[in-house]
Design a protein around this ligand. Structure first.
Ligand SMILES: [Cu+2]
Length: 319
């Protein structure tokens, strides 16, 4: 009753709201710090760093630069790092489709071709993709438009669109990789019969519910940007986790073969499964057979069968 009467307010009337306000702020601040400090759902740092290494070790980014992938079609792979672009100078021809793939080796950078619409953010652990066609010869600057540290202003590269490409350096054409003799796939057939057919069957059709088919599903890997590497990982390190292949679910364990088979045998069996049973026709046109050095390099990235499963999940093949 007495509170509704006019008259002097109790002495701490305003202070009450100050205290409630300060407490509210403290709770909000505490909650945000708690989230940043490792509460569930925080931005993962370790797995992401692992995938930076994985991306940088992949065939596309191991030797970044320009690769001709078809008539009037080029692929440009760029690695941004503090404080430069690799490669610093890029040359492409006019009237060709240019696919840019940009990744970052350390912090967030940008890749902007000044005066054009080509402008992507490059996050460590991710690959940005954009394509463009340039109609007239011109020299552009490539700049990093995300402040990335003290040397940020030095992150400038050159991008030249020329009327005629200079003769390609051998390492700059997709065909530069040594082509496997047909003998590779042939030898792979023997490896397959000895080590794989028991589960995946001689005709590659697998056994519904137990062993996934390799028909159709293998070209799904090689058609994706990092699929080629992940397919080699499946062989070297195995695969464990729920997957969907050709519309059916599997949740088994693919044994790791890295310990039993040599680099050459793994390249051989991969060259067999990527070409047998009509898979060859489904491969992308720039597909090149596996060779032992690629397998050898992939052995350097030690993975578990679960990690391979995670890498496969990123390809959106079905899981
Ligand atoms: Cu930068």
């Amino acid at each position: 009753m007495s509170e509704n009467l006019p008259g002097p307010k109790p002495p701490n009337y305003e202070l009450r709201w100050v205290i409630i306000g300060v407490f509210g702020l403290a709770i909000l601040l505490g909650l945000s710090i708690w989230r940043l400090m490792g509460a569930p759902g925080r931005i993962p740092t370790t797995p992401q760093e692992a995938s930076i290494q994985h991306i940088l070790a992949s065939p596309m980014f191991k030797h970044p630069g320009v690769v001709k992938v078809g008539p009037h079609h080029y692929r440009v792979a760029v690695v941004a790092r503090q404080f430069q672009f690799d490669p610093a100078k890029i040359v492409v021809p006019v009237n060709a489709r240019i696919d840019f793939y940009v990744t970052s080796a350390d912090v967030i950078h940008g890749f902007e071709l000044q005066g054009t619409d080509v402008n992507v953010e490059s996050f460590p652990g991710y690959v940005a993709h954009v394509f463009a066609v340039f109609r007239t010869p011109h020299k552009y600057l490539t700049v990093c438009d995300q402040y990335c540290g003290i040397g940020h202003q030095n992150m400038i590269g050159e991008f030249d669109v020329v009327a005629h490409m200079p003769p390609a350096h051998p390492a700059q054409t997709a065909g530069a990789m040594p082509t496997a003799p047909a003998a590779f796939a042939q030898a792979g057939k023997t490896v397959y019969a000895a080590h794989c057919a028991a589960c995946h069957q001689a005709n590659g059709a697998g056994l519904a519910g137990a062993f996934p088919p390799l028909v159709k599903s293998v070209p799904g890997y090689t058609a994706r940007v990092f699929g080629r590497t992940v397919l080699a990982d499946v062989l070297l390190y195995g695969l464990k986790g729920k997957i969907v292949a050709d519309g059916k679910s599997y949740n088994g364990v693919m044994p790791a073969w890295g310990g039993q088979l040599s680099d050459r045998q793994i390249a051989e069996v991969l060259d067999y499964v990527t070409t047998a049973w009509g898979n060859g026709q489904a491969e992308p046109s720039e597909f090149k057979p596996y060779q032992p050095p690629e397998i050898k390099a992939e052995r350097a990235t030690t993975m578990t069968a679960q990690e391979v499963w995670q890498a496969r999940a990123k390809l959106s093949l079905g899981h």
